[in-house]
Design a binder for this molecule. Sequence first.
Ligand SMILES: Nc1ncnc2c1ncn2[C@@H]1O[C@H](COP(=O)(O)OP(=O)(O)O)[C@@H](O)[C@H]1O
Ligand SMILES: [Mg+2]
Length: 269
Amino acid sequence: MAEPNKSSIIEVSKVSKSFSVGDQMVPVLFDVSFSVNDGDFVIIFGPSGSGKSTLLHIMLGLEPPTEGTVMLVGEDIYSYRTEDDRAVLRKQLIGMVYQQPNWIKSLNVIENVAFPLLLLGTDKALSIEKARDELKKVNMLEKAEYKPTELSGGQQQRIALARALINNPEIIIADEPTGNLDFTSGQDMMKLLSDLNTEESRTIVMVTHDLEYIRYAKSVVRVLDGKIMKVYSGKEKDELGKELTYKRGFVGEEELDGASEDNSGKKTK
Ligand SMILES: Nc1ncnc2c1ncn2[C@@H]1O[C@H](COP(=O)(O)OP(=O)(O)O)[C@@H](O)[C@H]1O
Ligand SMILES: [Mg+2]
């Protein structure tokens, strides 16, 4: 890609990644290229261990690739930026949600949501006011005074989303945000993400191994063993969901990549 596409907000080009383990280099990602356009809702879909989180970390500026480049809003983040610069860019641009939210245990819900703003030096009253707005958006304002850990998994993820939104990020990156949730809470989370995409034009990149959620995305990047098998959009994407669901029923879960796990049997926490 000689020139970055004007509307592309993230561009991953020919990214490979190996980790050194003992005296060996273990390859995890192989020549991965794809781009995310402004306003996209991209799902990175693949089984556990296929390199999805590693890919997200590379996209977030947290982990340099062994080869290849990552452009965030037109900037080559690893060639021209230091780690500190990348952290600044990340804070301005990206809100993150993980499978398991991390809370500051001594703070209540609204203080946790406001915390990223307080860190940036924003006035306390203003930070709390903004946190209130974000909690309202995810329907959790009534729990503002609770401690996060007193709430259900689904409620905690909605609050984690509010916290991710507090800096008004253009991009939301979510790594298996529904991984620990029951079906209904998972659907709620997906609807919130979908609304943020359609109503607020936020770009969403989400990792999942769950077939159910493919329908919320505008495109699906399907990974297997550190490689992109295919990028699906439009009709092909709709077909993918159906095809995999059919295969799951037909051949049994263990033979179907991406559908071989369930929430109870997770390897990672
Ligand atoms: N820091 C690391 N050092 C060595 N190996 C790693 C490291 N991080 C991830 N891996 C390996 O990379 C592979 C992909 O991991 P990961 O990106 O977490 O996959 P996924 O998110 O798809 O489950 C796994 O085999 C994992 O053990
Ligand atoms: Mg992962």
